[in-house]
Design a protein around this ligand. Structure first.
Ligand code: IPD
Length: 276
């Protein structure tokens, strides 16, 4: 088995550098535009940070593949092959970034033969660094992470994100799903505006479950390794194995809570990352 520890070290250094760029950009005037929908935002900083991350990694690993949020938005094919591939969200929580709402992260995942091998997520506002490598545990600022072992959904805190579609039919399903999970009853449902950081809260045990329709492979890749290495589950909303390109996910500390969430959800169709 190949040792990818050098890739983790490199990813950490780049995430920290990228985080510094985000920290300084957040204080400046932002040039904001939209992508797939009026609420799917992008800024100059998203492009700048993605370029920094990909060019640095490409110099180090010229034979590796790259999937990046802004490259994909610009038309680069989003295809996961067997090649070692970096999966990058330069600024996760772009809407938060635009408003200086302090939930913004740099996310770098890495897959080999379509298997997720490592993940690094850097919280740009508070400097928290989440890291994991398959088979070697998950850490937050060097301290080992452990998911919540809660099995009783009535004691669960659930996280979700809205996704970019806001048409009435989509919102009805979104709110219906949330209503079912609130009326279980659970302790509550939270939306923080960054899917990667929400998923890190599952890894740290601060919340019991996460579900979403409409996120992308770059929102899940790094976080999936971190959650699994912290002892948790990252699966499809149907209850089957995670399909990284499917734009849907359920994550939880225990299989019991994951299964409960799966049973409550009515699907929202966002298509696939590898078909756009
Ligand atoms: C988005 C955020 C948002 C979630 C979207 C993501 P971006 O990422 O995580 O909370 O609802 O599905 O795509 O566009 O800020 O990188």
């Amino acid at each position: 088995m190949e040792d990818w520890s050098h890739c983790l070290d490199v990813a950490v250094q780049i995430a920290l550098r990228a985080g510094q760029v985000v920290q300084s950009a957040v204080k400046q005037e932002k040039q904001v535009s939209s992508k797939s929908t009026p609420t799917d935002l992008v800024t100059e900083a998203d492009h700048q940070v993605e370029e920094l991350i990909i060019s640095t990694l490409r110099e180090k690993y010229p034979s590796h593949g790259f999937i990046g949020e802004e490259s994909s938005a610009a038309g680069v094919t989003c295809e996961l092959t067997d090649d070692p591939t970096w999966i990058i969200d330069p600024i996760d929580g772009t809407c938060n970034f635009v408003h200086s709402f302090p939930m913004v992260a740099v996310s770098i995942g890495f897959a080999v033969r379509k298997e997720l091998e490592l993940g690094v997520i850097y919280h740009c506002f508070d400097g928290t660094l989440y890291t994991a490598r398959k088979g070697h545990g998950a850490f937050c600022n060097g301290v080992r992470l452990q998911v919540s072992k809660e099995k009783d959904v009535s004691k669960a805190l659930i996280l979700t994100e809205i996704g970019a579609k806001r048409d009435p039919a989509t919102l009805d399903i979104f709110l219906g799903n949330m209503k079912k999970l609130l009326s279980a009853p659970t302790h509550g449902v939270r939306i923080i505006g960054s899917s990667t950081l929400a998923l890190c809260h599952i890894a740290s045990g601060a919340a019991e479950a996460y579900y979403q329709y409409g996120l992308h492979c770059w929102d899940i890749a790094a976080a999936a390794v971190i959650i699994r290495e912290a002892g948790g589950y990252v699966i499809d909303t149907t209850g089957g194995p995670l399909d990284l390109m499917s734009r849907r996910v359920v994550a939880a500390g225990t299989r019991q809570i994951a299964d409960y969430v799966v049973k409550q959800l009515q699907p929202i169709n966002y298509g696939r990352d590898d078909l756009t």
